[in-house]
Design a protein around this ligand. Structure first.
Ligand code: NAD
Ligand code: AHE
Ligand code: ZN
Length: 369
């Protein structure tokens, strides 16, 4: 079938809106009509050429919501008409990782996913007869996409897709990082570095956890207003200080902060976030994705004196088990999604979403088909 899609033909170039060919779903696969998709910084990161797994030409996009159109042989958990969120972290329930009870990092389709193909090693997308790569197992920048059955969460059809698409990545990652990874407790102090979609979701999660002081840190002070609305209590622009921001935070708090979150993808800020963590027990959670060749460093003394460094993917959330409940939480108002949607636009204007992100003017742009 034909599908309108925004294709990344080359790194560093704008997406091109073209009509691609989408082949039918094979065994264990599902054809989904995407109705809405957010644009996450990770899409921009891969488009920039900095992603070691970046492949071109590809259909990017991994923060979508849609409706099942057709199922391949052997698919039992969804039927045409079901409302779904594609998952870049699959959940097969059977692999070593799923069964461990320790992680959400299902391995079932991850290897082929990283190679831009379906589990059988081939692509369902083509343009002028040439194959186009899939992306993160989702490819939500195509109106019609094919995903593995294990990469679909079935959700309440009465939910608002313009909002719940954000549970496909940004909001789930931030909230999940607070509850599943850091396990923030009532009264704990929190610092959030980077106040985009991810950082603001961390703040929302921290307020749900009844955190004490919540420090919001960004070099763009225009982000502070929304951070305050989500529950941040203290606001710092590192550019306003002569000392490193970690020193400022330690001086403000005595011994540092219980939980710090890096939501930018900048390895210098990752160091600052670790060094701002509380002596003896503070932990720093890496959420931001850093480019090829980047490495983190600190004085080992920072770890010897009780700070720890951890990371999280998709906020530790098991998509098929937990995402339907998070959609219900959003429908009840226990998770707020509307404030993240600063812009909406049709697919033809998707490059504007990237420009708005780079200019620091958007939190989330949501594309509708
Ligand atoms: P975004 O671009 O919307 O937000 C980033 C924010 O960081 C902006 O407000 C920007 O002003 C701020 N910033 C930039 N440099 C800064 C600095 N030096 N100090 C302080 N603030 C600074 O991005 P986003 O969509 O919120 O994504 C954030 C990061 O999280 C990206 O690296 C993305 O790839 C990553 N991410 C990771 C996961 C995961 O599962 N681990 C999931 C989603 C996104
Ligand atoms: N491909 C990159 C890594 C990118 C990365 O870390 N992705 C995050 C999700 S970002 C969502 O916006 C993630 O979940 N990683 C775990 C995984 O299995 O992909 C690289 O460095 O190669
Ligand atoms: Zn993302």
């Amino acid at each position: 079938m034909k599908s309108r899609a925004a294709v990344a033909f080359e790194a560093g170039k704008p997406l091109e809106i073209v009509e691609i060919d989408v082949a039918p779903p094979r065994s264990g696969e599902v054809l989904v009509r995407i109705t809405h998709t957010g644009v996450c910084h990770t899409d921009a990161f891969t488009l920039s050429g900095d992603d070691p797994e970046g492949l071109f030409p590809a259909v990017l996009g991994h923060e979508g919501a849609g409706i099942v159109v057709e199922v391949g042989e052997g698919v039992t958990s969804v039927v045409p008409g079901d409302h779904v969120i594609p998952l870049y972290t699959a959940e097969c329930g059977e692999c070593l990782f799923c069964k461990s009870g320790k992680t959400n990092l299902c391995i079932s389709v991850r290897t082929t996913q990283g190679k831009g193909v379906m589990p059988d090693g081939t692509s369902r997308f083509s343009y002028n007869g040439q194959p186009i790569y899939h992306y993160m197992g989702c490819s939500t920048f195509s109106e019609y996409t094919v995903v593995a059955e294990v990469s679909l969460a079935k959700i309440n059809p009465a939910s608002n897709p313009e909002h719940v698409c954000l549970l496909g990545c940004g909001v789930t990652t931030g909230i999940g990082a607070v509850h599943n990874t850091a396990k923030v407790q009532s009264g704990d102090t929190v610092a959030v570095f980077g106040l985009g979609g991810i950082g603001l979701a961390v703040i929302q999660g921290a307020r749900q956890a009844k955190a004490g002081r919540i420090f919001a840190i960004d070099t763009n002070p225009e982000k502070f207003e929304l951070a305050e609305a989500f529950g941040a209590t203290d606001f710092l622009n590192p550019k306003d200080y002569e000392q490193p921001i970690q020193q400022v935070l330690v001086e403000l708090t005595g011994w540092g902060i219980d939980h710090t979150f890096e939501c930018i993808g900048n390895v210098s800020v990752m160091r600052a976030a670790l060094e701002a963590a509380h002596r003896g027990w503070g932990q720093s959670i890496v959420i931001g994705v850093a480019g090829a060749g980047k490495e983190i460093s600190t004085r080992p003394f920072q770890l010897v004196t009780g700070r720890s460094w951890r990371g999280t993917a998709f906020g530790g959330v098991k998509g098929r088990t937990q995402l339907p409940g998070m959609v219900e939480d959003a429908m009840r108002g226990d998770i707020q999604l509307a404030p993240f949607v600063t812009h909406t636009m049709p697919l033809k204007d998707i490059n504007a979403a990237f420009t708005l992100m780079h200019e620091g003017k958007s939190i989330r742009s949501v594309i509708h088909y």
